[in-house]
Ligand binder design. Structure first.
Ligand code: NAP
Length: 281
């Protein structure tokens, strides 16, 4: 690809790793983010993506709890703006790879979700992200929607950092054992996204992307502390024990066969990348 990659949301948890991945691979990339760029500003989007070979959209309103009381903003950023991005990109012939989420599902299915399963968001954040998916598809641009779940990275707040901070503060920890997914490193997501945009044909459609295997949040916390040799007062509890504004899907498991077929490779087990991550944070 001769034209640069444009990354929106380039300073977020995923965006930072993506930019680093492009830098390592000597792929020309331009990154944009708040406060000097907003995806809701049509003119800024026009300028930002001008001349791009592909746009990767990681920009999002991601505060799941706050989205319940800031629905208008969440829908503007995660919904409407994605449609506008699609229309502008479509008019310039630029493909868009857009990052979405397991929160488009209600999490009640008793098996891992495939891309064609019915969506039914149970939170304002999930509903706003689904609006974005629909708006992007409706825009008619060439688009690839990559849904990720349970991501963690060096930059930004995530479940793993929260667990380690609480444990290091010597607090007893109660962790839910009824939410199941696959902890997925943004480093791995970045490498895969990088491979996707270099495929001979841009992969249009919806894809699920997660590390291999599944685990509950409680078992994952146990894995963290065992791996680090930490003794922590850890006990299981249920999601319903924690009052929260937003409902969360209990089953976040993804079937990634479609993505694996595209890449010609299996997803690495979640434990592998997590072990690497624990050596650097
Ligand atoms: N983290 C997860 O577990 C998870 C799970 C599933 C899917 N995802 C998806 O993964 C993608 C990347 O999220 P992330 O985890 O990297 O979260 P993040 O760290 O919050 O990154 C999102 C980035 O978008 C920026 N942003 C917010 N509003 C914007 C606007 N109006 N214009 C431009 N940029 C804006 C944020 O800036 P500020 O920080 O200044 O607000 C932030 O830099 C998102 O699409 C998210 O929905 C994440």
């Amino acid at each position: 690809m001769n034209s640069p990659v444009v990354v929106l949301g380039a300073r977020g948890m995923l965006g930072t790793d993506l930019m680093a991945c492009f830098a390592r691979q000597e792929i020309a990339a331009r990154g944009y983010d708040l406060p000097d760029f907003s995806i809701v500003d049509k003119n800024q989007v026009e300028q930002a993506i001008d001349g791009a070979g592909v746009v990767i959209n990681c920009a999002a309103y991601t505060n799941v709890e706050k989205a319940e009381s800031e629905q208008a903003l969440a829908f503007q950023v995660n919904g409407e703006a994605v449609g506008v991005l699609g229309r502008i990109a479509g008019s310039k012939g630029i493909p868009v790879l857009h990052i979405s989420t397991d929160f488009v599902f209600d999490g009640t299915l008793d098996r891992p979700y495939v891309e064609t399963d019915a969506v039914n968001p149970v939170s304002a954040y999930g509903a706003s992200k689904y609006e974005g998916e629909k708006a992007l598809i409706a825009s008619g641009c060439r688009c690839c929607i990559v849904r990720v779940q349970w991501t963690y990275g060096k930059n930004g707040v995530n479940f793993i950092k929260k667990m380690l901070d609480a444990a290091r503060a010597g607090k007893p920890l109660k962790v839910v054992d009824d939410q199941v997914g696959a902890p997925t490193a943004t480093e791995e997501v970045s490498q895969i996204v990088c491979s996707l945009i270099h495929l001979p044909a841009f992969p249009e459609g919806v894809y699920h992307l997660a590390a291999g295997g599944y685990v509950s949040r409680f078992e994952m916390a146990k894995f963290l502390f065992t791996t680090l040799g930490m003794t922590v007062d850890l006990s299981p509890c249920k999601t319903s024990d924690f009052p929260s504004a937003a409902k969360r899907p209990l089953n976040s498991r993804f079937n990634c066969s479609k993505m694996e077929a595209l890449l010609g490779a299996k997803m690495r087990p979640w434990q592998d990348a997590l072990r690497d991550y624990l050596t650097i944070i």
